[in-house]
Design a protein around this ligand. Structure first.
Ligand SMILES: NC(=O)c1ccc[n+]([C@@H]2O[C@H](COP(=O)([O-])OP(=O)(O)OC[C@H]3O[C@@H](n4cnc5c(N)ncnc54)[C@H](OP(=O)(O)O)[C@@H]3O)[C@@H](O)[C@H]2O)c1
Length: 347
């Protein structure tokens, strides 16, 4: 175990980077020691905003990876940089936290996974909703058998990602955004997997963009993805990144003993229950990053490093979520069901 505070390097200075910095500052075992930006002055300015007095401002990732005081690299850059930066960091022996999506194609996805396995470093992917209080409550209800055996999991990610978003200019281009699921709806895919706890064996999807495409994306902004889990559960993911209504994350889980719809539950295990019971809790009801439980996510990464345990939310685990996202896009293009574990497209 490391007997000093672990040094964290933050890659990127945008919207989510600030929340990563704050989360590591709140952890008693970590200290932010480096920030990477394309502009050194910007890295220095961000360090200053967060009161980081011993923070190295870098413009080159190698400058960061060579520094011994850097133990963890947290990747907050646009999507297309996640895999190459993650591979470089893992190969330099650094533990990594990587924002979603972790890759935009199969080749990068598998390369990142194998670089981490080879380097034997710890990884946590920012599927931050796994630490959301409603998610924790639903997991506890499932563990207690309140829903019996699940047979359906539906999760929707519905947002209008327009010019309010700092990353809008790059994310609406396919080269950098990938797809509506990779950009955003992967949170919903990951949620369904997290609740069902079974491998997805078949994916079928359709996608479109509204006729006027007011937000100007150069890839489809909406999709419906059907999934068959090995356990027999059926899943459905609705995703829109051009929604004309406020952000909405929707969960419906049905089992043979009960159901959960967002923070409401009905269970036959509670004799006498006549209608849905609402659980007061914190819902995943905003895309605002300051609302996301990054403090808990980073505490989990630190625990994994300190106690030499693998995360439930590692890159290895996230490979399956990304396989489903990539299979969905391929299915929407071909009109055919796709086995996410089948032959991979190397492009
Ligand atoms: N888990 C979540 O809930 C969540 C929430 C929000 C975002 N994210 C993910 O986090 C990542 C970053 O998102 P963000 O919202 O922070 O985006 P952003 O505000 O655009 O920030 C990205 C940062 O990356 C750096 N960068 C390096 N190369 C770049 C390039 N070629 N083009 C643009 N920026 C570049 C920039 O810093 P410099 O200009 O200083 O180089 C920029 O500030 C995305 O992959 C996103 O999906 C996840």
């Amino acid at each position: 175990m490391i007997d000093r505070k672990m040094g964290v390097a933050v890659l990127g200075t945008g919207w989510v980077a600030g929340e990563h910095i704050k989360a590591f500052q709140k952890n008693p075992h970590t200290e932010v020691v480096a920030i990477l930006s394309r502009d050194r002055a910007r890295a220095e300015a961000v360090a200053g905003q967060h009161g980081l007095t011993r923070c190295f401002a870098a413009t080159d990732l190698d400058e960061i990876l060579q520094r011994e005081e850097v133990d963890i690299v947290t990747i907050c850059t646009p999507h297309h940089l996640h895999a190459p930066q993650g591979i470089a960091a893992a190969s330099a022996g650094k533990h990594i936290c990587v924002e979603k999506p972790i890759a935009l194609n199969y080749r990068d996805l598998l390369a990142l996974d194998s670089a981490i396995a080879q380097a034997r470093v710890k990884s946590v992917v920012s599927f931050v909703l796994r630490w959301n209080p409603l998610f924790k409550t639903i997991k506890a209800m499932l563990a207690d058998g309140l829903l019996g055996q699940l047979y359906y999991a539906g999760v929707d990610y519905l947002s209008g990602i327009g010019d309010w978003y700092t990353g809008y200019a790059w994310m609406r281009r396919k080269e950098y955004g990938g797809s509506n699921l990779l950009s955003a709806g992967c949170h919903a895919v990951d949620a369904a997997r997290w609740f069902v706890q079974s491998r997805v064996t078949e994916v079928f999807a359709m996608a479109n963009t509204s006729a006027r495409n007011r937000l100007g994306y150069d890839y489809d902004t909406n999709s419906v993805t059907l999934m068959r889990f090995a356990s027999g559960v059926l899943g459905k993911i609705g995703c829109s990144i051009e929604s004309a209504h406020p952000y909405f994350f929707n969960i419906l889980l049905q089992g043979d003993e009960g159901s959960v719809r967002n923070n409401e539950v009905f269970s036959k295990r509670w004799p006498g229950q006549t209608s849905w019971a609402a659980i007061p809790t914190i819902l995943p009801d905003t895309a605002e990053v300051s609302h996301h439980p990054f403090v808990d996510q980073m505490a989990h990464l630190v625990d994994c490093i300190r106690h030499d345990t693998e995360s439930h939310c590692s890159v290895r685990d996230a490979v399956e979520t990304h396989r489903i996202c990539l299979a969905s896009e391929r299915s929407a293009g071909s009109g055919q069901p796709v086995d996410p574990w089948g032959e991979l497209d190397e492009t």
